[in-house]
Design a protein around this ligand. Structure first.
Ligand code: PMT
Length: 388
């Protein structure tokens, strides 16, 4: 940690990292301890907090080189403009910068500061230098800042930092693959204020994107209108309608080696969209719907050596209907889920799926689990197919 107001959030970060199974030691710049007490950090991490390069009592327990060698990942959150400058210039004038210089572990930094400090050419040049050196930079987010300004400079959500750590420690089993993943609903406008939409939150597709990136794949995520943060390491393209999603998918298809269509694409759209807001009146408003293009079927037609995975959102005869979709759409795998259940499927954190294919008789059942865990099982199956 370095000395910015976001340091208070790092207390919670220690707990989240521990909950994710990591062992955590806290080291801080001297200024960070102006914002949080070492007692808090020590109690949360269960370890002494290191802050002084030259303290005799601290050095007797563990040297800064031993700390540098011990770490499998060094995560700096928050990373102030001052610390970024010291890291970029390889300085070793306090403990955190010195450990960063001495360690061979991957370095993840989460900048957090005033927007003007962040946008200053000096800070931007320092971040460029660090990125070129292979440092993983996560954030910052944009929004209201503790200093009263609005703009870029907020520490990213702590979950994103846990995911970034998770990603840099993961086995790169999907390195070399380019995943094109769709997520979320599509919205079909009726007029400038009303849309036809469905209950998809995008969580299933985002979990797939996050897990594929964690395993070393290059990921392009085409997202309908959802309110989810972009997973670390993922290239995101936002769209609204099915037609826009089709354009984005076909444009990105060229480089993709795996396509996964987790989006809930509207099968129909209004034949016409009103130019102005429809006024309330006494008479009915009849809307004629016309079919949207089937993006998955189109991708499967251009399959080549790609692996194409579709989803089937069913409310009855889940396996039977999904098997039919596998054959009709011509994909390699179809992931069936029951979207009539309140505990899994649409707009919740968990899912239960059946991964069917390439033959309709081949079925892997994934019992109810978090979408992240389900995503991991789907990617295991994709990898088996790729290797075969
Ligand atoms: O987003 P969440 O809240 O996390 O919920 C996840 C989910 C339930 C949306 C997801 O698990 C899921 O089932 N996604 C597919 C939803 C869907 O549209 O299913 P479908 O059976 O109607 O379509 C079959 C396949 O064809 C899907 O891969 C779909 O993306 C694709 N499709 C459908 C219509 C269309 N015009 N173009 C398509 O490409």
């Amino acid at each position: 940690m370095s000395g910015g107001i976001a340091a208070y959030k790092s207390c919670e970060l220690v707990r989240l990292l521990q909950q994710a199974g990591h062992e955590v030691r806290v080291m801080t710049t001297p200024n960070a301890l102006r914002f949080v007490s070492p007692l808090t950090l020590q109690t949360l991490s269960g370890r002494p907090v290191r802050s002084d390069l030259f303290s005799h009592s601290e050095e007797s327990e563990i040297s800064h080189i031993e700390l540098a060698d011990w770490a499998e990942v060094v995560l700096i959150a928050p990373a102030t403009a001052g610390l970024l400058a010291r890291l970029a210039h390889g300085m070793a004038d306090e403990l955190v910068a010195t450990v960063c210089l001495a360690t061979r572990a991957p370095l993840v930094v989460a900048p957090a500061m005033n927007v003007n400090m962040y946008e200053h050419p000096a800070t931007q040049a320092n971040l460029d230098t660090l990125a070129k050196r292979g440092v993983h930079i996560v954030g910052p987010d944009t929004g209201e800042l503790a200093c009263g300004w609005e703009g870029a400079g907020r520490l990213v959500a702590l979950e994103q930092l846990v995911a970034a750590v998770d990603r840099v420690t993961a086995e790169p089993t999907l390195a070399g693959e380019v995943f094109l993943i769709t997520a979320g609903p599509t919205e079909e406008p009726l007029d400038p204020v009303r849309v036809l939409v469905n209950r998809s939150s995008g969580r299933m597709g985002f979990a797939l994107g996050e897990e594929a990136a964690r395993r070393g794949a290059e990921v392009v995520l085409v997202a309908g209108p959802v309110s989810l943060p972009t997973p670390a390491g993922v290239d995101r393209i936002d769209v609204q309608t099915a037609a826009q999603m089709q354009d984005a998918v076909l444009q990105a298809l060229g480089r993709a080696t795996v396509v996964i269509k987790a989006a809930a694409v509207a099968d129909y759209r209004p034949e016409t969209s009103e130019g102005q807001k429809m006024k309330r009146g006494a008479s009915d408003w009849t809307i004629r719907l016309v079919p949207n293009p089937d993006i998955l079927a189109e991708v499967a037609r251009r399959k080549g050596s790609r692996t194409v995975v579709g989803f089937a959102a069913e409310t009855q005869d889940v396996l039977g209907n999904a098997r039919q979709k596998l054959e009709q759409k011509g994909c390699d795998l179809i992931v069936a889920n029951d979207v009539s259940r309140p505990d899994v499927g649409f707009n919740v954190d968990r899912n239960e799926v059946w991964i069917i294919g390439p033959a309709t008789s081949e079925v892997v059942h994934v019992p109810a689990a978090t979408k992240r865990e389900v995503a991991a099982r789907i990617l295991d199956r994709v990898r088996e197919l790729r290797r075969a």
